[in-house]
Ligand binder design. Structure first.
Ligand code: C5P
Length: 227
């Protein structure tokens, strides 16, 4: 099986309040995107790995990733994450069977779980890292009041990597059941066309850096040697 990696990193990260894209924020002595990619190197993906950058930032990304010891193909992202991933899928090598899609914004991907997800994809066609929620989750009924309280024992918080057989994720992207829907991950598109997606526990350290607090927390974990 030939397995390739796509890193969507084309978000502007406005919630982080920086003047540069989130993926270029510094985490220790490296940018977020460089750390994320470096963490995944032991998986030994088929090269090149694909990095999706925001319009106008190709040179800055090339510079930020200049010391990562793998071949990288740079592709300009789109308006929504989904547009960015679609462009990445179009850039895969023709003989790639399995694609691993991992957001630049998750700098501590757990390697064992990533490998479990790749193995599960051979059986199920798709797998995603996720982790069971510990909070009780509420829905809003549309008026700012409590709508319903889903059974917590069934709830998982979605993460990446998400892993797919390439034909299946391409089919999901092209399927009319997924046209025009708003979607912040790719596994949901596969589930919507009726294919199973195996859930693999990625643990709490595989968190996403969205806010200043999470960036500070990620830096603290590194300084303390906890990751
Ligand atoms: O916005 P959010 O944090 O959910 O984005 C998840 C990942 O998708 C980030 O790594 C971000 O850079 C990427 N993204 C993208 N293209 C967009 C929007 C987000 O590659 N248009």
């Amino acid at each position: 099986m030939i397995t390739q990696l796509i890193i969507p990193a084309a978000g502007l990260g406005r919630r982080l309040g920086l003047q540069l894209p989130k993926a270029l924020a510094m985490l220790g002595n490296q940018s977020l995107v460089a750390r994320t990619l470096n963490c995944l190197l032991p998986v030994e993906f088929t090269e090149p790995s694909i990095v999706i950058f925001p319009k106008g930032y190709e040179e800055a990304f090339r510079e930020a990733l200049s010391e990562v010891p793998v071949a990288i193909q740079y592709i300009e992202g789109g308006l929504e994450r989904r547009d960015s991933v679609k462009r990445g899928l179009d850039g895969l090598n023709p003989d790639t069977d399995i694609v691993v899609i991992h957001d630049a914004a998750r700098p501590f991907p757990p390697l064992r779980a990533v490998c479990t997800a790749i193995d599960a994809t051979r059986q199920y066609g798709a797998a995603t890292l996720a982790t069971p929620v510990t909070d009780t989750i509420l829905t809003d009924n549309g008026t700012g009041c409590l709508g319903m309280t889903p059974d917590r024992s069934l709830l998982w918080s979605c993460q990446t990597p998400q892993v797919f057989q390439v034909d299946l994720i391409r089919q999901a992207y092209g399927d009319e059941r997924n046209t025009g829907i708003s979607c912040t991950d790719d596994a949901t598109l596969v589930q919507r066309i009726g294919s199973p997606v195996k859930l693999v526990d990625g643990g709490v350290m595989n968190f996403k850096v969205t806010t200043k607090l999470e960036l500070a927390f990620a830096n603290y974990l590194l300084e303390q040697g906890l990751v």
